[in-house]
Design a protein around this ligand. Structure first.
Ligand code: PLP
Ligand code: COI
Length: 334
């Protein structure tokens, strides 16, 4: 079985766990994809929600793997703390993911053609709330969907637009996976698409001077000395893919990696550019349009730059269990 696009396809089972009276219930699998909530539930009125995203891969040997799910669990904890939501311990998060994947094994694609099972854990404030304040009850769910490439133009490089909007505020919620960050990005995304771009590239919300990330992925560059340059900021989501590519580029492929603030005025000096994320994997960026000043990047190797392609291939081999990565990166479900 394979999947060709990144779209929701309803699976048979999802994991459901409820929080009330200060404690979590036992989690269970459910065949009901619907949620019935009061009209005044905190999630509807005040957007008390956060989520995660990871993938399960079925490889050539029939093994079922996830990639660094402990980091998703940790990031979900960070998101919950910032959104005043109860946490799910790391080991319980991983067990719940494993249980949901195995229950839906029938629809788990083979990873050979780039398909995978996307896993979406999320939590919402579910009790009625009128005055601004956190919910008292919460629901944690995990659903899955077979997916292919995130960007429809899978076989082409992406064109980005420097946005005049912000996806995060200084000291806001840019560094966690809160639904509100994505809600804010819908309008600028619609405009970017209408103008023919694939995505927005946001600048730092304080001064609009430094490169941050796109609506759904981190960004990195390769300079003329083949050094990997990764933007640093407190309002960027700490991407698990980015943290992994930094480590593998440095320790496996021998590149120098520099994490630092990247000014918008210097991007024209870079040779290659890529997006990284669970959904995006590593996607090639062909151009960035900064208000009419267009920077073009090398895409000469099947729409990728040479270095981006090498990093992508290495990362995918590790994720699929075809190459040994650092200890603990690949989690074997079965
Ligand atoms: N940045 C944003 C805004 C995202 O939504 C995502 C997706 O999770 C990422 C970056 C990439 O993070 P990760 O590699 O952990 O999936
Ligand atoms: C992911 O990569 O898992 C995300 O959550 C990004 C989202 C835009 C699909």
């Amino acid at each position: 079985m394979s999947a060709s696009s990144f779209a929701y396809k309803q699976a048979k089972y999802r994991y459901v766990r409820n929080y009330a009276d200060g404690k979590w219930s036992k989690g269970r699998l459910s065949e009901d994809a619907r949620l019935v909530l009061n009209e005044s539930a905190c999630v509807f009125q005040y957007a008390q929600a956060c989520f995660e995203g990871l993938k399960a891969y079925r490889n050539k040997e029939g093994r079922i793997l996830t990639f660094r799910p402990d980091l998703n669990a940790q990031r979900m904890k960070d998101s919950c703390e910032r959104m005043v939501m109860p946490i799910i311990p790391v080991d319980e998060f991983i067990e719940a993911v494993d249980e949901t994947v195995l229950a839906n094994e029938e629809i788990l694609p083979d990873c050979a053609d780039g398909s995978s099972l996307y896993i979406r854990p999320f939590m919402i404030g579910s009790s009625p709330t009128l005055g601004v304040g956190p919910s008292e009850e919460f629901e944690f769910r995990i659903f899955v969907s077979p997916v292919g490439a995130y960007f429809a133009k899978e076989t082409k490089s992406l064109s980005l637009k420097i946005s005049d909007f912000d996806r995060a505020a200084p000291k806001g919620t840019g560094q966690i996976k809160a639904g509100i960050n994505y809600g804010m990005s819908l309008y600028p995304l619609m405009i970017a698409h209408e103008e023919g771009y694939d995505e927005n590239l946001y600048l730092d919300p304080q001064n609009h001077n430094y490169v941050e990330e796109t609506g759904g992925a981190n960004i990195f560059f390769v300079d003329e000395y083949e050094r990997i340059i990764v933007p640093k900021s407190d309002s960027i989501l700490p991407s698990i893919t980015r943290r992994s590519l930094i480590e593998l580029s440095r320790d496996f492929l021998g590149y120098e990696v520099i994490e630092r603030k990247v000014s918008i005025s210097e991007i024209s000096s870079f040779k290659e550019c890529g997006l990284c994320g669970t959904a995006a994997v590593i996607a090639p960026v062909g151009s960035i349009d900064d208000h009419g000043k267009v920077c073009i990047f090398d895409t000469s190797e099947d729409h990728y730059g040479k270095t981006c392609k090498k990093i992508r291939e290495t990362l995918i081999k590790i994720q699929h269990g075809e190459m040994k990565g650092p200890d603990g990166w690949v989690h074997v479900i079965r």
